[in-house]
Design a protein around this ligand. Structure first.
Ligand code: GLU
Length: 426
């Protein structure tokens, strides 16, 4: 093997989310002295489903899409996790994301296991009709594997309330009754929860509030850069700007915006709504997104996709706090580099858990048939996020590990304890 191919293989491994997940899992399990048998149980997914989804396209042709649903664990309750639509979805990615959901639900201590779904497609090139037919057929193919007591999907990258509405309707048609609790992240009118849309962003703000308090920083002088202006990034930026943080940079795939005096995020959001892009916004300087990611700030929030902070750029990251809004934005090889630099990492399985926590509230409300005021949702979310943050930080300090490994250890310990208590069915 030549040096270039060897390097390529190393990078490919580093960029495989399953590697990122397993490397941290193994380290945490080792530090916990986890029983070898349980180690094996938790290293593999409970169930991995692949479906081929025929869809009648608008041009009259038939297309077949490949979709996955991986249920990593149901030990602590029904498996829970989003569904993403993207051209580069892989089974390994969905596997990793499913395991992350198990750890995430355990970190915030809600009664769910973990799952994830994905369909290989390019939703931006599909019409609403094609998306609806694909979503409905995918849901029908998964019919016996999902349900309020089994596995509860939600939105993720490139999926939204409308897609959840179609999933809920398809499942309900098969059941011959309306079953709102089969998915979360639905429109409020059909059993969605108030506050769910902003929940991941709000959760990020709550843990950032806790982190700056802990590090003795003041909100007004805290400069924030956000990568990604989708549901997670835009809501985090909007809420944090409103609270008094200074949002100095926002970057998307097609451009970066920078303003040392702070970007008017509300105006930017209106601009994006109108123009479907953040570029061309008058209230900030246009900069190269790759450079903006490495620009000096106090809090960096990667809220886009995986593999943004890697062995290639981690040494050039210039933030005090890394708040992981996305799932898996940092590769395992970057962890040590960030630790050496003294960056305070709020790991994804804690940082972005506000979404699934409010999904839990949605599921509870659907099952009760009683819907809460938004203030109640937000209060409950804050209570859970603050105590999860405290649990992780305390665990890190007591066990002399970084925040990420602390979060994994805490989560693995909780799941392993449940499995031990339930025993293994033979
Ligand atoms: N897709 C989100 C996540 O990665 C939300 C999952 C959910 O609400 O079930 O956490």
């Amino acid at each position: 093997m030549t040096a270039t191919t060897a390097n390529h293989v190393t990078i490919e491994r580093e960029f495989n989310p399953m590697e990122a997940q397993s490397a941290r899992f193994d380290l945490a399990a080792q530090k916990l002295n986890l029983d070898e048998g349980l180690w094996k149980v938790l290293r593999y997914s409970n169930r991995e489903i692949t479906v081929h989804i025929p869809v009648a396209m608008d041009n009259g042709k038939l297309e077949v899409f490949t979709g996955f649903r991986v249920q990593h664990s149901i030990a602590r309750g029904p498996s829970k996790g989003g569904i993403r639509y993207a051209p580069d979805v892989t089974l390994d990615e969905v596997r990793a994301l499913a395991a992350w959901m198990t750890w995430k639900c355990a970190v915030v201590n809600i009664p769910f296991g973990g799952a994830k779904g994905g369909v290989i497609c390019d939703p931006h090139k599909m019409s609403m009709g094609e998306l609806e037919r694909m979503t409905r057929r995918y849901t029908a193919e998964l019919f016996e594997f999902i349900g309020p007591e089994k596995d509860v999907p939600a939105p993720d990258v490139n999926t939204n309330e409308q897609i959840m509405a179609w999933m809920m309707d398809t499942y309900s048609m098969h059941m011959r009754q309306t079953v709102t609790a089969v998915v979360t992240g639905k429109p409020i009118n059909i059993g969605g929860s108030r506050g769910r849309r902003e929940a991941t962003g709000r959760g990020i703000m709550i843990v950032c509030d806790e982190a700056i308090k802990k590090l003795g920083m003041s909100m007004a002088s805290t400069r924030v850069i956000v990568q990604g202006f989708g549901n997670v990034g835009s809501n985090a930026a909007l809420l944090m700007a409103e609270a008094g943080y200074k949002i100095i940079g926002i970057l998307e795939v097609d451009g970066g915006l920078y303003n040392t005096n702070g970007i008017d995020v509300k105006k930017l959001s209106e601009h994006r709504q109108k123009n479907r892009t953040i570029t061309g916004f008058a209230g900030a300087e246009k900069v190269d997104p790759a450079e903006l990611l490495l620009t000096e700030c106090d809090i960096l929030i990667p809220a886009a996709t995986e593999n943004q902070i890697t062995s290639r750029n981690a040494d050039r990251v210039k933030c005090k706090i890394l708040a992981e809004g996305a799932n898996g934005p940092t590769t395992a090889s970057a962890d040590e580099i960030l630790a050496d630099k003294g960056v305070f990492v709020i790991p994804d399985i804690l940082c972005n858990a506000g979404g699934v926590t409010t999904s839990y509230f949605e599921w509870v409300q659907d099952r009760q048939g009683y819907f809460w005021k938004e203030s109640v949702v937000n209060e409950q979310l804050e209570t859970i996020m603050v105590s999860a943050f405290e649990d992780v930080v305390r665990y890190a300090e007591t066990h002399h590990v970084n925040n990420r490994i602390a979060a994994y250890m805490l989560a693995i310990d909780r799941v392993a304890y449940t499995i031990r208590q339930r025993g293994i069915y033979a």
